[in-house]
Design a protein around this ligand. Structure first.
Ligand code: ADP
Ligand code: ZN
Length: 720
C-alpha cells in the first residue's frame, strides 16, 4: 500500500506530494486526511495523506515512519476547499491546508498540544475481605454507585485513595475535559419587530441560492435577525456559521449568543490559547457545537450539514488575509462553501462594501434593507466641527464645543465614547526647525513615539531608539512628537473634564481578558468616558452612551489607498452608531480639517447611498474595483538593483502576454522593510482568465530563486 503525502518543508517552495510505502503495521490506520511522519532527506517531517493507492510509478520508496492521527483532520470538503483556495490565490497547497487548521492540527514538527482529561473512579464491585480504615470506607461509600471525580476522593485522604487504587478496588474512567465552558442557555429571545420579521421571512422563503445582503443601519437589529435565522436552521437539524470581524468578537456578542444558544456555540478567535482553540475545534468536529462564531479563518470550520453562513460587517478588511499566503478572502470562501452545502449565505452591514452593493444593485445578490432602528429612534444627529476655524479656540486636540458637550453629558450621568482615529501614520517624530523626520533605518518608515519609555519605535521591525534632545541634522533643540497617541489624549482629557476615563487601545488590551474586563467595567458605569482607537467603533452596545466624539476624522483619509474614503466613511458611520442605542437620543461630534470631503459630509448626513453613488463615480473614473479587479504583485529582495531589474523583467513579460492595464513597477509605499527592498506592479483586469496563465508562470519561475521573492495578491484591500 502506498500513501501520497503532502509535506511541509519550511522555507521551501516544494509543493507536491511524495509517495511513501505504508508498512504493514500501519495498514489498518492509514486514511486520507490524516497526518503522518515521513523521512525527507535526512529529516523527519510531518505531512498530510492526500491519497492512498495500490502501487506507485516509483521504486525504492521510503516507509512512513509514524501515524499521528487516529481521526481525520482534513475532511473531503476541506481537501477540496484547499485546492480551490490554491487555485484562487496561487499559494502553495500546503499553506492552504495549514491556514484552515488550529495549531494543534497543523502539520508541524514539534507542536504538541494535548487533550485534557478528568479522571473518575468507581468501586470495582468486588471488595473481598479487605480490611479498611475509616477514610477508605468513606471513599468507598462516596463512589460505590457512580463514577466520582478524583479531586473529590483525594479530598478525603490521598494515601487512602492511593492504597485503594493500588489494591485494584477502584476502576478508573478518563473523560475529556474541554478547556472552555459556556453557560447554559437562558433562552433569551426577543420577539422580532415586524420589519425584522419581514426580512427573516424573506430570506427563509427565498428559493434562489444567491447570497442575500442585509443593508441595515446601525442598531436596526441585524444581529437579532441572525439569531432567529440560525435558530430556524438548527431546528431543521442543520448547523450554522457566523463570521464576524475579530474586533467585534467581544464578550458582548458572544454573550448574546450564549444566552440564547448555550454550549451549542463554539467561538474561534485570536484570544484563545492553542489548547482552547484545539478543544473548540474538536467540539465542532464531533458535532457537539453546531453554531460556530469566528473570525476570518473560521470560514474553514469543519461543520457538516451547514444550513446558513452569515458574514456580519461584511465590508470589513479583516476578512481578507493580506499579510501572508494564502491571501484569501473569507467572503469568497463563504460563497463557495454555500454552493457546496446548497445553503443560505447572508452578508450584513450598515455600510456594505461597494463590491457587494454593486452586486446587489445588479441582482447578483438579493438585497434587503432595514432603515429603522429597533428602538424607533432616529439615527444620532451628527455635528461637524471645522478644526481649521476652531484651531485658535481649541484646548490641545479638543474643540471647545466637544469639551462642553462631554462635560454636559457627564454631568447628566450619561456616558461618552471618544474615537482617536489611528489609521495611518499618526505619531511620528520630527524636528520643528528643519523638518527632519525620524525614520527606521531598516524599514524607511516613520518611527512612532512611545511616551512611557521616551523611545521612538518602528512598528514593522521593532527597531527602537531614545528620542534625542537635539536634532541630528540642524542641532537645534526642537524635536517634536507630532500626531497623537491615546495616552496623550487621555492626559489632555483629564485636565479638561472631571470624569473617569477608560483608555482602550492596543497597549491596554494586550493582556488576556483585559478587553472583556474593560467592557464590563464601562457597562457597569464605573467610567464616564471610553477613549480608544478603532476598537471602540464596532459592535459595542452601551445603553447609557449618548455622545460619541471623533477627535480626528482625517487621518484615515490621508492614507494613499484606494479604499481610504470608504474606510473613513464606514468608520465614522460605525462609531456614530454607538450613540443613542437605547431610550435617549444620541449626538455625534466629528472634528475634521476636511469638512467638505464627501466621505465626511455624507457620514455626517448618515447617507450611505449618496456616498455610494459618489464613490462609484470616482472608482469608475479611476478604473478601480468594482469596475476593475486588481492584482497586486510585490517583488522583493535584499539587493535593490537586482529587485529593480527583475521587477522590470516581470513588467516586460506581462506587457508581452496580456493586454490589461499594468502599473509600475514602482517602489512600494513601504519601500524598505527590515532591509528588504520592495517594488510593486499592479494589474487592473476584467477577466481573471486573461491574466492567470502568465501569473502562474511568473510565480513558478521565482519559486526556486533565493534572492527574489514574489507575492501575488488578488483583490488586495490595501496596496502597500
Ligand atoms: P445591529 O446588529 O443591527 O447593530 P442589534 O441586533 O445589535 O442591531 O440590535 C440593537 C439593540 O436592539 C440590541 O441591544 C438588541 O438587543 C436590541 N434588539 C434588537 N432586536 C430587538 C427586538 N426585536 N426586540 C427587542 N430588542 C431588540
Ligand atoms: Zn523598522
Amino acid at each position: 500500500m502506498i500513501a501520497e503525502v503532502l509535506v511541509e518543508i519550511t522555507n521551501s517552495n516544494v509543493d507536491k506530494t511524495f509517495d511513501y510505502n505504508v508498512p504493514d503495521k500501519f495498514i489498518n490506520d492509514i486514511k486520507v486526511g490524516i497526518r503522518v511522519e515521513v523521512p525527507f532527506g535526512k529529516r523527519i517531517v510531518n505531512g498530510f495523506v492526500l491519497a492512498v493507492k495500490k502501487c506507485s510509478d516509483l521504486d525504492d520508496l521510503k516507509d512512513i515512519s509514524n501515524i499521528i492521527d487516529k481521526e481525520i483532520v482534513l475532511t473531503d470538503e476541506l481537501l477540496e476547499l484547499g485546492k480551490i483556495v490554491r487555485d484562487k490565490t496561487l499559494a502553495t497547497l500546503i499553506s492552504c491546508y495549514q491556514v484552515m487548521l488550529p495549531k494543534a492540527l497543523k502539520a508541524h514538527v514539534g507542536v504538541q498540544i494535548n487533550k485534557k482529561y478528568d479522571y473518575f473512579y468507581k468501586v470495582n464491585g468486588d471488595i473481598g475481605n479487605l480490611k479498611l480504615n475509616d477514610k477508605q470506607k468513606e471513599i468507598i461509600e462516596l463512589c460505590k454507585d457512580d463514577f466520582v471525580l478524583k479531586s473529590e476522593l483525594v479530598k478525603i485522604s490521598v494515601s487512602s485513595f492511593n492504597t485503594l487504587l493500588r489494591k485494584g478496588v477502584l476502576t478508573e474512567e478518563r473523560r475529556e475535559h474541554y478547556r472552555l465552558n459556556y453557560n447554559d442557555a437562558n433562552r433569551v429571545i426577543h420577539k422580532l419587530t415586524p420589519k425584522q420579521k419581514e426580512i427573516y421571512e424573506e430570506i427563509i422563503g427565498y428559493k434562489d441560492l444567491k447570497p442575500s445582503l442585509i443593508y441595515g443601519v446601525t442598531g436596526s437589529g441585524k444581529t437579532e435577525i441572525y439569531m432567529e435565522l440560525i435558530d430556524y436552521y438548527l431546528k431543521k437539524g442543520k448547523t450554522a456559521l457566523l463570521l464576524v470581524p475579530e474586533i467585534s468578537l467581544t464578550t458582548q456578542l458572544i454573550n448574546r449568543f450564549v444566552d440564547r444558544f448555550g454550549n451549542k456555540i463554539a467561538a474561534l478567535h485570536s484570544a484563545l490559547s492553542d489548547g482552547e482553540r484545539y478543544d473548540e475545534y474538536r467540539r465542532i468536529q464531533n458535532g457537539e457545537a453546531t453554531i460556530v462564531i469566528g473570525a476570518r479563518s473560521a470560514v474553514f470550520a469543519p461543520l457538516e450539514r451547514i444550513g446558513i453562513i452569515i458574514v456580519d460587517e461584511e465590508h470589513t478588511d479583516s476578512y481578507k488575509q493580506s499579510e501572508s499566503n494564502p491571501r484569501y478572502n473569507a467572503k469568497e470562501i463563504a460563497i463557495i462553501r454555500g454552493e457546496m452545502h446548497k445553503c443560505k449565505v447572508v452578508f450584513g452591514s450598515a455600510t456594505p462594501s461597494l463590491e457587494s452593493m454593486a452586486r446587489a444593485k445588479k441582482g447578483v445578490f438579493h438585497l434587503l434593507s432595514l432603515m429603522e432602528r429597533v428602538n424607533g429612534k432616529e439615527l444620532p444627529e451628527v455635528k461637524i466641527i471645522d478644526m481649521n476655524k476652531e484651531i485658535r479656540r481649541t484646548r490641545g486636540h479638543f474643540s471647545l464645543e466637544l469639551v462642553n458637550a462631554i462635560r454636559e453629558k457627564v454631568a447628566l450621568g450619561e456616558q461618552v465614547i471618544l474615537l482617536l482615529n489611528r489609521r495611518g501614520y499618526a505619531s511620528f517624530v520630527t524636528c520643528k526647525n528643519c523638518g527632519h523626520a525620524f525614520k527606521c533605518p531598516n524599514c524607511d518608515i516613520s518611527l512612532t513615539y512611545h511616551k512611557s519609555s521616551n523611545t521612538m519605535r518602528c512598528h514593522y521591525c521593532g527597531y527602537a531608539d531614545k528620542k534625542p534632545f537635539v536634532c541630528p541634522e540642524c542641532h537645534e533643540k526642537s524635536i517634536n512628537d507630532l500626531g497623537v497617541g491615546t495616552q496623550r489624549i487621555e492626559e489632555e482629557l483629564e485636565k479638561l473634564v472631571d470624569a473617569k476615563v477608560l483608555r482602550m487601545d492596543y497597549d491596554t488590551t494586550s493582556r488576556k481578558g483585559a478587553h472583556e474586563k474593560m467592557i464590563n467595567a464601562f457597562k457597569n458605569h464605573e467610567y464616564d468616558i471610553l477613549l480608544g482607537t478603532q476598537m471602540v467603533s464596532k459592535g459595542l452596545d452601551f445603553p447609557l452612551v449618548t455622545l460619541v466624539g471623533v477627535i480626528n476624522a482625517d487621518t484615515s483619509l490621508n492614507i494613499p489607498d484606494y479604499n481610504s474614503a470608504f474606510n473613513t466613511f464606514s468608520l465614522l458611520n460605525q462609531v456614530s452608531g454607538r450613540a443613542g442605542r437605547s431610550k435617549k437620543s444620541g449626538i455625534v461630534y466629528i472634528q475634521t480639517f476636511n469638512k467638505d470631503h464627501y466621505a465626511i459630509k455624507y457620514a455626517s448626513e448618515n447617507n450611505y447611498l449618496y456616498f455610494y453613488e459618489e464613490e462609484m463615480r470616482i472608482r469608475r473614473l479611476l478604473k478601480y474595483p468594482p469596475y476593475y479587479y486588481l492584482c497586486y504583485i510585490r517583488i522583493s529582495g535584499k539587493d535593490n538593483n537586482l529587485v529593480n531589474n527583475e521587477a522590470n523583467k516581470i513588467k516586460r513579460s506581462l506587457d508581452r502576454n496580456i493586454s490589461d492595464i499594468i502599473l509600475g513597477p514602482s517602489p512600494s509605499i513601504l519601500y524598505k522593510i527590515n532591509n528588504i527592498y520592495r517594488y510593486s506592479i499592479i494589474i487592473k483586469y476584467k477577466n481573471i482568465d486573461s491574466i492567470k496563465d502568465i501569473l502562474i508562470k511568473i510565480n513558478d519561475h521565482y519559486k526556486t530563486n533565493n534572492n527574489i521573492k514574489i507575492e501575488i495578491d488578488f483583490n488586495p484591500l490595501h496596496i502597500m
